[in-house]
Design a protein around this ligand. Sequence first.
Ligand code: GLN
Length: 540
Amino acid sequence: MKYIFVTGGVVSSLGKGLAAASLGTLLEHRGLKVILQKFDPYLNIDPGTMNPFEHGEVYVLDDGAETDLDLGHYERFTSTNLSKLNNLTSGRVYEAVLKKERSGTYLGSTVQVIPHVTNEIKDRIRRVAKEMTADIIITEIGGTVGDIEGLPFLEAIRQFGQEVGPENVLFIHTTLIIYMRAAGELKTKPTQQSIAKLREIGISPGIILARTEVSLDQDIKDKISLFCNVPPDAVVEAIDTKHSIYEVPLKLHEERLDDLVCKLLQLETKQPDLTRWRQFVNRVISPTHHMRIAVVGKYIELQDAYKSIYEAFVHAGASNDVKVEIVRVDAELIEKKGAELYLAGMQGVLVPGGFGMRGTEGKIAAVKYAREKGIPFFGICLGMQIAVIEFARNVCGLADANSTEFNKTTPHPVISLLEEQKQVTQKGGSMRLGSWVTDIQTGTRAYDVYQSVTITERHRHRYEFNSAFKTEMENHGLVISGSSPDGMLAEIVELNDHPFFLACQFHPEFLSKPNHPHPIFFGFVKAALQNHLQAASAEL
Ligand code: GLN
């Protein structure tokens, strides 16, 4: 087993996660079995309780783990299926250490960061190595070198490197080479300083991955090499990609990153065949068609809040030969100014997941607009609950129908708390989470997109469609096309007599991959494109 540790310096948001994921892609294409994981220095047990504004999307795994969004990159860029073992926070480490302390594991000793906390971190790496078969484990350390809270992780990986020996471990440091536009010059000093910080801790990186907006010439590479104590060919340029994050593996391959990694870790492999990846990237970059899909949500300003949804559109767009331009619409603006202003001219409308009351009336107005105007609509999780509320109010005539999440005393609680959630008081890891099976009705749009009567999708919710309203809604034309196997929970709803109107209680965006777009995203984009092309030819 070989181990790669990816650290970051100079600034945060360097794209370490993407770099780690892209290296994973390259190594996998060389025939190696790769596992990726992330260590996060913050004290939350996991990011599940954090606001998307704080942390971006919470990415959910099959086993229900609520994780950092970088795990989404890992799963999209490689074929690994990750589990709760693959995201470790300081909070989780300290929790384990303190439990052991109370149960007497360390009886008699003073419990300290070194060795108790660092041992706990190293044990986790060993557990992953033991429980998940792989040739290589790539571990990304969150945060920036120099952060106080990251120190125990860095110390732990230093010790780990000593224990497994230099031929089995590689430290890759990702840094920013600053481009001073006014002077037209590249600056390497912050990189030198961040490497010096790493070396103070006892870690000497084998590769420096230099993030840059302009190409690095040999002089700059030589300078970094000299000051940072690596050979010049170990300074690898990671230039900003022009069009798509999926270009990153191709760029890094051109820079011979995977060759270098294999050389340093003494791995004999074939050269990677990146043809299919390249074809996908070409389809992303130069599609024939173009269309606009509105995403009506609450966390719209933040690029990362609906990360997996945006990526799923890239995958589905590439497969349909169309560029899907995402138009982010703040649901509260629809509340103030009406849906027409924001949604007229859109080829599709998506309402994503979310929590809390704010913006919900705007989302309801968006669904009404899409339903009445025949604009393809796709609702995810809260988006399905909103679609049900809209249908209850405006089609079934159930005035003030609502979810009990937003109005506890609504006369028509069409969305209500899941039975099993009624006793839950703890926050974090306590929703209906992870993979659950859904049975699909034949002859429905859901069956049409999936071509299967059973599917498995990832969930993250507390509320559900209230089955007391099932018959009434069905009588008015709502089709429940997917249900839990016991028939108790509605998982997919849809409408006939509409170009595409489908909403699901689960999160399909977590299962979409570059060359395997998710069936619902694929079907939605396809329907929206057909609708768009028909409307365009009718106008001619
Ligand atoms: N707030 C809703 C619930 O808890 C929807 C959750 C979501 O969209 N992820 O059920």
